[in-house]
Design a protein around this ligand. Structure first.
Ligand code: M6R
Length: 608
C-alpha cells in the first residue's frame, strides 16, 4: 500500500526522502513523488514506476529545501500515472495520502461547483483543494486542517505542507498507521519505523483520529475530540541493518533461509526447552474457560490460522471457527462471552483483520493477536499480544512470518491443552521435543532440496495452470503453495483438498496439468494415494512431495518426487512448507518477475 515520508531537517531533504521511500518499497507501489519547500516555493518531482525513475528526475532537476514530504503510491483511484502520483498540489498546499477518502466524489462535486479545477483522477486531490478553499476563506492552516478532517470520511494517513508554514508538517491518522520520528533538531514522519530507521529509532505513533503539527523541535498532537494529547514515545526494534538483502538476490530468498533461525527464536520465546514447558503465554485468553475460539486473518496469515485450528481442536479439544477477515467482519455472527478471538497478521495493520478484531471487541470478547510488528495497531488494540519473532519481513510474499505464526500456534495449542487438561504430560513433552527439532530439520531440508526445486521450477514455468492437492494440514499447504505461486510468478494455481478432486477439479486433469501432491506418510496417506491414482489414471503430471516412508510406500509414476525426512506430525507443516515456498520462489526467478514486489500487490493492505 502507499507509503508516506516527511522530514524537517537541517540539510537538503529530497535525497533523504527518496532513501526513506526505498525502505517502504516492500509495501508495494506503482509511482512515487517528493515535494520540498524552499524560499517560500513548493516544488515537486513525480514519476511512474520504480523509485529509480524518480531518482533520475531528481538527478536531472534536483530539489532544494530542508523540509519535504514524499510518497509511494499504490493506485486505488486513477491509473498509476505520473499525473496521479502524489504529492498533490493546490494553491501552495502539498498533500500525500495513504488510504481512501470515501466521500471524495461528493466533496469534489461541491468544490467543482464553486469553480475548483481538478487535474487528477485521485481521491486525494480533494484534500488539497478542500484545504486550499478553507484557507482562501480565511482559516489558518491548523483551522483548515481540523475542518478538513471533519469533512472527509474514510481511512487515511496524511502529511501536508503549507507554503505559508515553512517550518511545519501537518499530519493525521485515521486507519493506516503513521509514525513520527524524533531526531535532534530534526523530525521525521513515516508510514512505519522501518522508513525512518536510518534517521532515528525514537518513535511516536499517532492513534486513530489524531492529527499533529511536526516542527524542528517536536510535535503537538490533537485527538479526535480536539484535546491536546501526549502519545507514548518508544524505541523501535527495527534497525537499519535488518532491512538488507545480505548475500541474497531477493528479500524473499533471504527470508526463506532465515526460517530456521526465526522459528527457533519464536519457539524459544514460548517454550522453555530445558524444562520442556510452555512459558510467556499470558492468562488473558482464558483457555480453560472458553467454549470456542474465533480466528480471523487474511491471505497467508489465514492459512496459519487454519493449521492453528487443527492443533487447537486436536490437542486442546477447543472448537475453533475461522474465517477470512473480509468475510468475518460482515457475517454478523452471534458471539458470546464464552468465546475468545484470535487475529493473525504479520503487519498488524491489515484493514479487514483490524475490523474483525474491533467487531469481536465490541461484542465483549477477549482479543489475542499473533503479530510480527509489535508497535502495530492490531497489537495495540489487543488484550493479549503473542509476538512472532520473525524480524522485518520485506518480501510481499509472506514466508518467515508464516512459519513463526505456526510456531506461536503450536505453543498456544499446547498451553490451551494444558489449561483444559486434554493432554497428558508425556504427550506434551513429545510435542515439545518435536518442536525443538524443527529449526535444525528446516535448515537441513532447505539446503538439501534447493537444487531439486530449481530444476523443478523450470518445468513449472512452462505451464499456465498448476493444481496443488493435500489433506489435513497439507490441504492448507496446498492452498498456501497455490497462493505463493500465483502471487509471485503469475501462474494460475489452485489448492484443493485431495478428497474434493473428484467433485469437480478432476475435469482439469490431462497430460498437460502439473499436479503437486503434498503427502507425508501420515494418517491421511492412503486416502491421498487413492487420489493420486485418480490423477495418474488421467495422465496428470504428478509432483510428489512426501517423506522417506511415503516415498517407499508409493509405486506410482511421478514426474518428480521430493523426499523430506520423516517428522512428527506437529512439525510437518513447518517442514513441508519449505519446498512449497522454494518452488514458487525459483519459478518466479525463472520467469523474471519482480519477486519482492509482485505486480498489483501490497505488503500491508490498509484498505478493505
Ligand atoms: O500483514 P498480514 O499478515 O495481515 O497480511 C495478510 C495478507 O495480506 C498476506 O499474508 C498476503 O496474503 C501475502 N502476500 C501472502 O504471501
Amino acid at each position: 500500500m502507499c507509503g508516506i515520508v516527511g522530514m524537517i531537517g537541517t540539510q537538503p531533504v529530497a535525497p533523504l526522502l527518496v532513501d526513506a521511500l526505498k525502505r517502504l518499497e516492500y509495501r508495494g507501489y506503482d509511482s512515487a513523488g517528493v515535494a520540498t519547500l524552499s524560499n517560500g516555493q513548493l516544488d515537486r518531482r513525480r514519476a511512474e514506476g520504480k523509485l529509480a525513475n524518480l531518482e533520475n528526475q531528481l538527478l536531472l532537476s534536483p530539489l532544494e529545501g530542508e523540509i519535504g514530504i514524499g510518497h509511494t503510491r499504490w493506485a486505488t483511484h486513477g491509473a498509476p500515472t505520473q499525473n496521479n502520483a502524489h504529492p498533490h498540489f493546490c494553491d501552495g498546499i502539498a498533500v500525500v495520502h495513504n488510504g481512501i477518502i470515501e466521500n471524495f466524489s461528493e466533496i469534489r462535486d461541491q468544490l467543482k461547483a464553486r469553480g475548483a479545477d481538478f487535474s487528477t483522477e485521485t481521491d486525494t486531490e480533494v484534500v488539497a483543494h478542500l484545504l486550499a478553499s478553507l484557507v482562501k476563506n480565511g482559516m489558518t492552516p491548523p483551522e483548515a486542517m481540523r475542518a478538513t478532517l471533519n469533512l472527509i470520511r474514510g481511512a487515511y494517513a496524511l502529511a501536508v505542507m503549507f507554503r505559508s508554514e515553512p517550518d511545519r508538517i501537518f499530519c493525521a491518522r485515521n486507519g493506516p498507521p503513521l509514525a513520527v520520528g524524533h531526531g535532534s533538531g530534526e523530525m521525521f514522519v513515516g508510514s512505519d519505523a522501518i522508513a525512518l530507521s536510518p534517521f532515528t529509532d525514537e518513535i511516536t505513533y499517532l492513534e486513530d483520529g489524531d492529527w499533529a503539527v511536526v516542527t524542528h523541535d517536536g510535535l503537538e498532537i490533537t485527538n479526535s475530540e480536539g484535546a491536546a494529547v501526549e502519545r507514548p514515545r518508544s524505541r523501535a526494534a527495527t534497525t537499519h541493518a535488518q532491512v538488507d538483502k545480505g548475500n541474497h538476490k531477493h528479500f524473499m530468498e533471504k527470508e526463506i533461509y532465515e526460517q530456521p533461525e526465526v522459528i527457533s527464536h519464536t519457539l524459544a520465546h514460548y517454550i522453555d526447552f530445558s524444562a520442556a514447558t510452555i512459558r510467556n503465554v499470558p492468562a488473558g485468553m482464558d483457555f480453560e474457560r472458553i467454549h470456542s475460539l474465533k480466528i480471523a486473518a487474511c491471505g497467508t496469515a489465514y492459512f496459519a490460522g487454519m493449521i492453528g485450528k487443527t492443533w487447537f481442536e486436536r490437542y486442546a479439544r477447543l472448537p475453533v471457527e475461522i474465517d477470512v477477515a473480509s468475510e468475518f467482519r460482515y457475517r454478523e455472527m452471534p458471539l458470546s462471552e464464552n468465546e475468545a478471538a484470535l487475529v493473525v497478521s504479520q503487519s498488524g495493520e491489515t484493514a479487514d483483520t483490524l475490523a474483525s478484531l474491533r467487531y469481536c471487541h465490541d461484542h465483549g470478547l477477549k482479543i489475542g493477536s499473533i503479530v510480527n510488528v509489535r508497535e502495530s495497531t492490531i497489537a495495540r488494540e489487543s488484550d493479549v499480544v503473542f509476538p512472532t519473532l520473525a524480524g522485518p519481513e520485506i518480501g510481499v510474499a509472506s514466508t518467515k512470518a508464516l512459519s513463526c505464526q505456526l510456531a506461536v500456534f503450536a505453543a498456544l495449542a499446547i498451553a490451551a491443552a494444558r489449561a483444559r487438561g486434554t493432554l497428558a504430560t508425556d504427550e506434551e513433552q513429545i510435542l515439545i521435543r518435536a518442536l525443538s527439532e524443527a529449526p535444525r530439520i528446516a535448515g537441513e531440508v532447505l539446503n538439501e532440496i534447493e537444487p531439486q526445486m530449481v530444476e523443478l521450477s523450470r518445468e513449472i514455468a512452462r505451464h499456465t495452470h498448476v493444481l496443488y492437492l493435500g489433506r489435513g494440514t497439507n490441504f492448507t499447504l496446498a492452498m498456501e503453495g497455490a497462493l505463493k505461486l500465483k502471487e509471485i510468478s503469475y501462474i494460475h494455481a489452485e489448492g484443493y483438498a485431495a478428497g474434493e478432486l473428484k467433485h469437480g477439479p478432476i475435469a482439469l486433469i490431462d497430460e498437460h496439468m502439473p499436479v503437486i501432491v503434498i503427502a507425508p506418510n501420515d494418517r491421511y496417506f492412503e486416502k491421498t494415494m487413492s487420489n493420486m491414482q485418480e490423477v495418474a489414471a488421467r495422465g496428470g503430471r504428478i509432483i510428489f512431495i512426501t517423506d522417506r516412508s511415503g516415498a517407499a510406500a508409493c509405486d506410482l509414476p511421478t514426474l518428480q518426487t521430493i523426499i523430506l525426512p520423516d517428522v512428527h506430525e506437529m512439525i510437518a507443516p513447518l517442514i513441508f512448507l519449505l519446498p512449497v515456498q522454494l518452488l514458487a520462489y525459483h519459478t518466479a526467478v525463472f520467469m523474471g518477475t519482480d519477486v519482492d514486489q509482485p505486480r498489483n500487490l501490497a505488503k500491508s493492505v490498509t484498505v478493505e
